[in-house]
Design a protein around this ligand. Structure first.
Ligand code: ADP
Length: 609
């Protein structure tokens, strides 16, 4: 066991993190987690996606002598991590089924010569007796099990191969084992500890909240328009749109492409080859938007996903947390919008019902109910999520969810507004749907409206100062409060008895106005303070060129956080560049000159202008 004091070890870890990664300080729990590895004491670290789990084993792997073994479930994940480490100048490699004989031999040689610091490997390959025998003579420093929840059948991504890892202890006695996961309920945590055979393990659970994510739930009224509203706030940025069914994936992707967005569909019905290509295009920033079922996500290490939209309600909060968690891994502001309709629960019930295993259906039903409570609840979304995962929420006002931002503000004169809308429906003869009614109220000169002579109605243009989306939402609100109902094949709007009473005599009604755009913009703009966006875009261009040259995804070269810091500080010397987060020695040596040249060019252009 390491005899150094915790202070000495921390200093050593920090020096390495600064040197290779260019990060000046630990994130929450990283130090404690790394110290366990340094002292050969088993541990399980639970941090949300983007919390910085990888560094918890990568930094000790560099700070300690010997070879660290990292168990990882997916080839794409291994490849990404190895690429990222190599770009930092750290000797890392992987062994998997997609490699040629030569590639495998090269890695084995680097292990034999004691050069390799981290070896990524799948669980099934690691436990093969040949692999274990070989590793026994290789000075293994510790074993890190990434995505450790895959070992538990209570988790949502059970991988039976992970179960074989319990054999490790017999073959590598004295080597500490460390698990890392983002999702872990008490039951899954206990299961990981027992299945991995962890001894006196400390379970380190970090804060589950992701303050950089802006959560919001919208009642789904017109999904395509609602999706486009979100996309309008994220021009040229990367994002994922999740749908429940393959059919929706295909249809949204097509419609969005027809409207000029660049998207690709992704679901289990596509060939492996197609899916891999799509994943690569997304990683390499050639395609900004993926429309997908839940099949998309694991193995996506892309850190600058700026928005995740759920076009339908996910089946559980665990899934929601995982999927929405793919946004903003770089710690910068990102937006997670969920479009919800009460019918979504029915779709899930249909998909998950299993008459032969009623206990499975019951568990799915419980998950659905928690998910529905989240969608309809009027409490801080961050607090609801954090509490669901068993932590106290300290957020009284998080300033990053629709509830706390008061995006849903009550309209002062709701009764007058409601009567305008009801009157509009009545004057049109109760023969038209939501979209048409909203257009008349907004004073549209559309052909159909003119043909019907509805521009002559006294209600035409009464709400011309509000957006069409807003007017549609008010109509929806009147529907859900039963002042209106929809009938017939064309879902025409009609007044109910309550609607008539409200129109003729007045009464109580609540309508809320959405201030979404403003709130989302202010959430993101705070992080852009002092940053020249044009320079940031130039730097992004440089990053793409460098990535193409090196044949790696752009985020492996620099994160968005680093580029933003460069665009804010505008460093002119290598020394100033060294002080920027994410620029370690190797990055400075490889790309420092290119960055300085770009900043200098920019400064000269500014002087010139
Ligand atoms: P996780 O594995 O928990 O999802 P990662 O390890 O991928 O998270 O980290 C998410 C992002 O945060 C990465 O871009 C990583 O380089 C960065 N990061 C991790 N630790 C730090 C730190 N101490 N300071 C700055 N950035 C960090």
């Amino acid at each position: 066991m390491n005899q150094q004091t915790p202070e000495e070890l921390s200093e050593q870890l920090l020096t390495q993190m600064q040197k290779w990664w260019g990060y000046p300080e630990f994130r929450s729990l990283q130090k404690a987690s790394m110290l366990r590895v340094m002292r050969d004491q088993d541990s399980l670290t639970v941090l949300p996606t983007g919390g910085g789990k990888s560094l918890c084993y990568q930094v000790p792997a560099v700070a300690r002598p010997g070879l660290a073994i990292v168990v990882s479930p997916l080839i794409s994940l291994m490849k990404d991590q190895v690429d990222a480490l190599c770009s930092l100048g750290i000797s890392a490699g992987c062994i998997n089924s997609s490699q040629s004989y030569e590639e495998k031999r090269e890695v084995t040689q680097r292990i034999r010569s004691g050069q390799l610091r981290l070896l990524y490997i799948s669980p099934e390959r690691l436990v093969q007796s040949r692999t274990l025998e070989f590793l026994c003579g290789c000075n293994v420093s510790f074993v890190a099990v990434d995505e450790a929840h895959c070992i538990s059948q209570w988790g949502h991504q059970f991988r039976p191969e992970y179960r074989q890892l319990s054999a490790l202890r017999d073959h590598l006695p004295g080597v500490s084992v460390h698990g890392y996961t983002a999702t872990a309920t008490e039951q899954v945590r206990a299961d990981i500890v027992s299945q991995l055979g962890l001894r006196d393990a400390e379970i380190l659970v970090g804060p589950f909240d992701r303050p950089n994510l802006l959560y919001r739930v919208e009642r789904r009224t017109d999904a395509l328009t609602q999706i486009r509203d979100v996309l309008a706030r994220h021009r040229n940025e990367s994002g994922i749109i999740y749908c429940i069914s393959r059919k929706n994936v295909e249809s949204f992707s097509e419609k969005l492409n027809a409207l000029g967005h660049r998207t690709r569909p992704y679901h289990a019905g596509l060939s492996d080859d197609q899916r891999m290509r799509t994943q690569e295009e997304f990683a390499e920033e050639r395609i900004p938007i993926i429309v997908a079922t839940v099949a998309f996500g694991m193995g996506i290490d892309k850190s600058n996903v700026r928005f995740v939209i759920h076009a339908g309600m996910p089946g559980s909060l665990e899934n929601y947390q995982q999927e929405s968690g793919r946004a903003g891994r770089d710690g910068l502001a990102a937006e997670c919008t969920l479009l919800y309709s009460p019918g979504d629960a029915e779709t899930w019930r249909f998909l998950t019902q299993d008459p032969e295993h009623p206990e499975v259906s019951e568990a799915a039903e419980r998950s659905l109910r928690s998910m529905q409570r989240y969608c309809t609840g009027m409490r801080c979304r961050h607090a609801q999520l954090v509490e669901h995962f068993g932590q106290d929420s300290e957020h009284v006002n998080c300033q990053s969810c629709d509830i706390c931002l008061r995006e849903l503000e009550e309209v002062d004169d709701a009764e007058v507004l409601a009567r305008k809308i009801l009157s509009g429906v009545y004057r049109q003869g109760q023969r038209f749907g939501v979209a048409y009614t909203a257009q008349v109220l907004r004073g549209s000169g559309a052909k159909r409206i003119l043909e019907n002579g509805h521009q002559r109605l006294s209600t035409w243009g009464l709400l011309k100062n509000d957006s069409e989306t807003q007017v549609k939402h008010w109509i929806e609100q009147l529907l859900s409060q039963k002042f209106l109902r929809q009938t017939g094949e064309y879902r025409c709007l009609e007044l109910t008895q309550e609607g008539w009473t409200l129109l003729k005599q007045g009464g109580d009604v609540t309508l809320v106005r959405e201030r979404r755009q403003e709130a989302a913009e202010s959430h993101a703009t705070k992080q852009w303070e002092g940053i020249d966006r044009e320079l940031f875009n130039e730097l992004r261009g440089l990053r793409t060129r460098l990535a193409t040259q090196k044949n790696v995804p752009p985020y492996v070269i620099f994160s968005d956080a680093t580029l933003r810091a460069v665009a804010r500080e505008r460093p002119v010397t290598p020394e100033q560049l060294r002080g920027i987060t994410g620029i370690g020695e190797k990055k400075l040596e490889q790309f420092g000159a290119a960055l300085l040249y770009e900043v200098d060019r920019w400064n000269r252009k500014l002087r010139h202008d």
